[in-house]
Design a protein around this ligand. Structure first.
Ligand SMILES: [Zn+2]
Length: 83
């Protein structure tokens, strides 16, 4: 029997993947945060998370300031370190 896993689309590469494998994030006031449980959210796959070009594309898309984008990149790197 196949499990009915929710499928979501990665915002950067537009590939559809099981929600569990995606990182859920949120955009607010031109900044990107881990999803807080409220508001609009989007998903990022692990491949795009590690892809500098894709990350930069996102930063541009959401018009992050250089300070905010530094924080965002740092957050992604810390995620990778923690597995
Ligand atoms: Zn992706």
């Amino acid at each position: 029997m196949q499990k009915n896993e929710p499928i979501r689309m990665c915002i950067a590469c537009r590939e559809r993947k099981p929600q569990q494998k995606l990182l859920r994030l949120q955009e607010k006031n031109s900044n990107i945060f881990p999803y807080s449980g409220q508001g609009r959210s989007f998903y990022l796959c692990s491949g795009c998370r590690e892809n500098e070009k894709k990350v930069k594309g996102l930063i541009k898309r959401f018009r992050l300031t250089s300070e905010d984008s530094e924080q965002f990149v740092k957050y992604l790197k810390e995620l990778d370190r923690n597995g």
